[in-house]
Design a protein around this ligand. Structure first.
Ligand SMILES: [Zn+2]
Length: 328
């Protein structure tokens, strides 16, 4: 084997090993940037990406790399976020049940053989107090999921920077953290839904004349509907939100991307947010300066890609804004 061929084989093997390591489930988000750096190192053109050198095959590969990177981070983000959310949601329903039963026993004793005669309104009150006390505004949820959200945002931002050949400055990381923090706090809305769902279950159970203990049992048996069933959707929405934010800010800060395109949403909503008349689910060539106006409906699964790059001389390309196809 000639030296040159051996060198090529060695390089290909090294790249394959790195890619395997990147996709390994045990590779954490924090370990990704170093690996990605090694893989993309050689593919950035001299002088950086421009409209001139992204029009052909190199540009398509760059776009594929960005999609692959987002898919990868998305998968790792879901794996980190979903169990934390699930534990939290199951825990809060359990706490409501424990709290209601404790309050009941404090007033009526442990055995409560006559609980069938327990009047409806104190029964409902007892549960609604437990719900109010145990399912608060959600600040503990922000505490539990905040670090995951922040790390997903920062890592994705950093990795996209690497793909574009840019290293983030401390100021850029600081302002990204603020943007990501804004999205992380929106998760508290899910507690309102949980409170409403629980209150509805209680009303139904009480109206059927069930005892406090039967209501507790009914809630426990229906917990998957109350909590766990919502985990995938909430995870998709919350992780999608932080990813979209990180991608938009990373592309803006790259100073090479002039336009972005959204594609591939699997849950297109005609009535969702629009940008200049076009639904944001699938939209082409949004000037990067408008990234803050590009917002999405809950459960949106589209991917943001770069679709325009500044010219070598700094000019912004003239690209038409457009809508993508609907599929309903
Ligand atoms: Zn969508």
């Amino acid at each position: 084997m000639s030296y040159r061929i051996k060198w090529r084989v060695d390089e290909a093997t090294k790249r394959a090993n790195l890619l395997a390591e990147i996709h390994d489930d045990r590779t954490t988000l924090d370990a990704l940037p170093e690996l990605i750096r090694l893989v993309v190192k050689s593919s950035i053109p001299e002088g950086g990406w421009t409209a001139e050198n992204t029009s052909g095959r190199a540009g398509r590969k760059l776009q594929r790399d960005l999609i692959k990177l987002q898919r990868l981070v998305r998968a790792k983000a879901y794996k980190a976020y979903a169990p934390v959310l699930q534990k939290y949601m199951v825990g809060q329903v359990e706490r409501v049940i424990a709290q209601a039963l404790t309050a009941y026993r404090r007033i009526y004793g442990v055995r409560a053989p006559d609980s069938h005669n327990f009047p409806q309104s104190p029964h409902v009150l007892l549960w609604s107090q437990a719900i109010q006390e145990e399912i608060g505004e959600g600040s503990e949820l922000v505490l539990a999921t905040g670090p995951i959200t922040e790390s997903v945002g920062l890592r994705l931002y950093e990795n996209i920077g690497i793909v574009f050949g840019k290293d983030p400055t401390p100021q850029q990381l600081g302002s990204l953290k603020v943007r990501v923090g804004e999205t992380a706090r929106q998760v508290t809305r899910i507690n309102e839904t949980t409170r409403n769902l629980l209150a509805a279950k209680v009303r139904l159970s009480v109206s059927r004349g069930e005892t406090v203990f039967e209501t507790a049992e009914w809630i426990r048996n229906n917990m998957p509907q109350i909590a766990t069933n919502r985990v995938p959707t909430i995870t998709r929405t919350e992780m999608g939100r932080v990813q979209d934010t990180a991608v938009k800010v990373a592309m803006r800060d790259s100073k090479v991307v002039s336009h972005i395109t959204v594609m591939g949403c699997e849950a297109i909503e005609r009535d969702g947010p629009h940008f200049q008349g076009f639904p944001t689910c699938n939209i082409r060539n949004v000037p990067i300066g408008y990234e803050r106006e590009l917002v999405f409906h809950p459960n949106h699964t589209g991917m943001i890609v770069a679709s325009g790059y500044y010219h070598q001389d700094g000019r912004t390309p003239n690209l038409p804004l457009g809508g993508g196809p609907y599929s309903d």
